[in-house]
Structures are given as C-alpha cells and as structure tokens.
Design a protein around this ligand. Structure first.
Ligand code: GLN
Length: 553
C-alpha cells in the first residue's frame, strides 16, 4: 500500500518546492523507504518539449525518452531513482487523455466535465506513477490560488479523503523579513493556508522559507492561525548550497514528523553521503575557469543539469570551478579573446542558427590551442563542422539544420543521408515538432583505447538523447582519414555517438547529453575527466606557458 505526500506551494513561486520535495524524498530513501516522485504541472503544453528554455528553463529528458519539467532533474539528483513518463503530467496531457477517451466514446454519452472526469484522470495518473512504491511524493506546480492548478488541488483533496490515514499535505510558504521594522511577517502564510483550506485542504506540515530563523513565538502564531501543530511548522532557512537542504530538513525533524503521521516504522536516516557532498568545500585543492559558450546565457535555468553536472565534477575532483558564460553571438562578433584565460571550453546543446558560427569558432579555438573541449550534442556537431572545414578541407561543410543546401552536409537529418541499404529510421509523424526527435537513453559502444572508453571505463554505456540531426556517415571515412576519431557508435553500430582528437590532450564531442545522469553523490566520469583535464591544462600554462604541442595561436 502506497502512502502519499502532497506538496503545494503558496505566497510566491520559486521557493524551491522541487528541491524541498526531492530532499524529503532523499531522507526517506535514506531511511529505507522505496520512494517515488511525481510532478503535476498546471500549464497547457502537453509536455515542456516545445517550450523555450529561455522562458521555462531546461527540458529534462528521462531515460524512457520523455521531455519533462526540470524538477525531475532535481529528483534524480537528490534521490537514487530513474524518473520517466509516469513521473510528470501536465494539464495538456491530462486533457489530451480525456479528450481521446471522449472521442472514442468511452464516456457513453455522458457530459464530460472537470469534476469528475479531469480529476479522475489526474488521480489515475498519480496512482499509475505511484504504483509499487511505499511512498509517493506528489508535487503540484504553481502556487495556490492560480486558476490553472485548481483541478489538481481538487484531485489531491479527493485523494486525501480516499487515503485519509495514508496521505499527508505539506505546504511550502514564505515568511518574509521586513528590514525597516526588523520583523518577520506571518500574514502571507496565514492567507495562503486560508486559501488552501477554502478548497478543502488542511495542510499537516508547513515548510516556511525564510532568510533567518523563525522565532518560536512566530511559529506558534502560524500554528494557531493555520490549524497546524506547532512542531509541524518548520523553518526552512535559506542555504547557500542546495545540497545542504536534506541535512537542514532532517535537522528540523521533518522526516520524523512525516513518518509518525504516516505511521511508518523506519530506521533512522544515514545522511553521511550528503555530509560528504556538502563538506567538499573543505577539500578543495585546485581551481579552474571553464568557458561555456551558449545561447541562453541570461537564463540560469536553461542549462540547469549542465551547471549542476559541473558542480558535481568540482565536488569529486576537489576543484573550485569558475564557469564563465559566453554568448556565442558575441564570440562570433568580437573574436576569441574572451576565451584567452579559459582552462577548458564547453559547448552545450542547442537549437537554431543564431550564434552557431561562434560555437564553431570556440571548437576550433580549443582544438588549435590544446584546450580541453567538451562538446555536447550541438557542441559535438560544431566540432565536426570545424574539423571538416579547417582540417579535412571541406570548406563549406555545415549542418543542414543551418544551411539546407551546403555542399558538404557533415551533419544532417538521418532521412537526408541514409542510403537504401541503411534503411530509414522513422521518428514520429514528421509534421509535429514534439515528435521527431531521437529521445531518451540509448546504448553506445565505446572504442577500445579511446578517451571515451578511458573516461567511462566501460565498453558500453547508456546516455540520453534529444536531437534531430546526426553525424552524416557518408563523411565518416574522409573525416577519420583526416584524423578525427569516431570512438562511440550507437548500439546497432549505425550512428556516430562520440568523436575525439587523438593528438589533442582532451577533446571530446558526444551526441548524447551526459549532464542528465550526473548526480552530486556519484558525479559523472565525463565531467570529472573534463575538469581534471582543465586542471592539467592550467598546470601546464602556469608551469610552462604555451608549452603545448599545438603552440599558442
Ligand atoms: N539542434 C541539434 C539537433 O537537433 C542539436 C540538438 C541539441 O543540442 N540538443 O540535432
């Protein structure tokens, strides 16, 4: 039998509901519970796949190929779990399901309504995601009071009644500190809970975000006005490192309150691995500057998993990282001087033509100056374009994504370059932007003796994809002859997954996105190797300036 923990948010958005939920799940997992997490998003998009990372932050890709909300990335980073399609539902997807059933005649002539049809579908989805787990933490996106979230709140209210003894409600609010009067204000929390209670949900636990500890007197006041027990009013203090949150919530006794309310007998939590993670700052013995050449540099969440993966690599290599975001368009305009003091260069994934020449330039600069380079997805594609243009002599080489009539389509749609005997992969309807990508975890075989094989120390890996374009196999032979090493192939041997430069200290492009599988506790071999290479490079530039085999350009 599954226990449900429903987490809602109030007062304002961006209070870190996803991180708080994931942290609680992590503690419960450390106490031996088999936990899962589900995110319900009130927006109408069927999934965030078509949303700009500019507006909504990164699209997180799961192993089973779902394009999901970035909170699922937090879930996988905090909890040892693999999320998938059943862990994220949007209003769009719920309605799509209901409308499909309606068209099929499943409702037998009935009038289809928000209650009960939409709410029933929400409950069905929650149960589907929760199946087989001791505890399901269900996070509702948005804040209480939004029109869009009402059907979700109604559905969880009903589940609270149906699973009265096996469910609880946590509400995350803000207790602001007003500078001039030097006071903490509980009124917004009172109002938020009032709003929640007006739709029939009485929270069991309040997590009150605040910039300083909430005095006991104020906690009592909140408890009194909200009908929540005093000890269940928890002060969730701001922390300077998100990975401190599991420890902070455990210190406040949150997991004991939860297990007691859910009548769960669980051994105490061993959080020593989280302590190890947050203590990493005391172990630092080096620092590097990494230039990240991308497009959405103003929106921190656009590359969320990637920036976290670099932080994880810093933790595991004891390195203080300075990540410098560089706008690829600016690089294109102003040249490479911005890359001068970079110990390593990273070009992440991306879509669209804007800034692509700047990324090609970054790949070239790293190649010619023996600077460690990691190119992810589009970052691999630009590395191939640079190599084709400037080493293999295919001057006008390009990707057909950016120049449809290039004479040398070294990167192209698989349908453009597959010959008869190769067959053509079918990737969805073709006219639907949401359905034409290579998505999700796929096996990749690594070549013996390659850098990739050395990093992963395994002959076959599984990493996640999210792209339409591929390395064009018609150029595999000529580019290899020119010195490019293809060190990773898809499981069926048909698609190029990894390229590298054997004569370069550390230069690797991968068609997949390794950032989605990096976690703070385990790190990721590719990112750790990349940061180690950056450290080695920094060492050589300091000890023997310009002493690389490629010389300085
Ligand atoms: N735009 C490229 C493609 O679709 C790369 C995508 C990416 O980097 N995620 O293939």
């Amino acid at each position: 039998m599954t226990r449900y923990i429903f987490i809602t948010g109030g007062v304002v958005s961006s209070l870190g509901k996803g991180i708080a939920s994931a942290s609680l799940a992590s503690i419960l997992q450390a106490r031996g519970a088999n936990v899962t997490m589900i995110k319900l998003d009130p927006y109408i998009n069927v999934d965030p796949g078509t949303m700009s990372p500019f507006q909504h932050g990164e699209v997180y890709v799961t192993e089973d190929g779902a394009e999901t909300d970035l909170d699922l990335g937090h879930y996988e980073r905090f909890v040892r779990m693999r999320t998938g399609r059943v862990n994220n539902y949007t209003t769009g997807r719920i309605y799509e399901n209901v409308i499909r059933k309606e068209r099929r005649g499943d409702y037998l002539g009935g009038t289809v309504q928000v209650i009960p049809h939409i709410t029933d579908e929400i409950k069905r989805c929650i149960r589907e995601g929760a199946e087989g787990h001791d505890i399901a933490l269900v996070e509702i996106g948005g804040t209480v009071g939004d029109i869009e979230s009402l059907p979700f709140l109604e559905a969880i209210r009903q589940m609270g009644v149906e699973h009265r003894r096996d469910s609880l409600f946590i509400h995350l609010t803000l207790v602001p500190f007003i500078g001039p009067s030097q006071e903490m204000k509980t009124k917004p929390t009172q109002h938020s809970v009032k709003e929640l209670r007006s739709i029939g949900i009485q929270p069991d636990i309040l997590l009150c975000r605040s910039s300083r500890p909430i005095p006991d007197e104020e906690r009592r006041k909140i408890a009194l006005f909200t009908n929540v027990e005093h000890e269940a009013v928890i002060s969730a203090l701001d922390v300077d490192d998100i990975y401190k949150v599991p420890l902070a919530l455990h210190d406040q006794g949150l997991d004991d309150i939860v297990t007691e309310k859910l009548r769960l007998e669980l051994p105490p939590a061993d959080l020593s691995d989280w302590e190890w993670v947050v203590d990493s700052r005391d172990r630092l013995d080096g620092e590097v500057t990494i230039a990240m050449v991308g497009k959405y540099v103003n929106r921190a969440d656009a590359y969320k998993s990637l920036t976290e993966a670099l932080i994880h690599a810093g933790i595991h290599t004891h390195t203080r990282l300075h990540v410098r975001s560089i706008d690829s368009e600016e690089l294109e305009r102003l040249g490479t001087q911005q890359l001068r003091d970079a110990d390593a260069i990273l070009v992440p994934g991306g879509f669209g033509e804007r800034g692509v020449e700047g990324k090609i330039l970054a790949a070239r600069y790293a190649r010619e100056n023996a600077i460690p380079y990691l190119g992810i997805c589009l970052g691999m594609q630009v590395a191939v374009i640079d190599y084709a243009r400037h080493v293999a002599g295919l001057e006008q080489a390009h990707s057909t994504e950016f120049q449809a009539d290039t004479p040398h389509p070294v990167i192209g749609l698989i349908t453009e370059w597959m010959t008869g005997e190769g067959g053509i992969e079918v990737r969805g309807p073709g006219d639907d932007l949401g359905g034409t990508m290579r998505l999700g975890g796929q096996p990749c075989r690594l070549q013996e003796g390659s850098l990739a094989k050395r990093m992963y120390a395994e002959p076959e890996i599984i990493e996640r994809h999210r792209h339409r374009y591929e390395f064009n196999n018609h150029y595999a032979e000529s580019l290899q002859r020119a010195g490019l090493r293809i060190s990773g192939w898809s499981g069926d041997g048909n698609l190029v997954e990894v390229v590298e430069l054997p004569a370069h200290p550390w230069y690797l492009g991968c068609q997949f996105h390794p950032e989605f599988t990096s976690t703070p506790r385990d790190g990721h071999p590719l990112f750790c190797g990349f940061v180690e290479a950056a450290r080695a490079r920094r060492g050589t530039t300091y000890c023997a300036a310009g002493g690389s085999q490629y010389g300085e350009h």
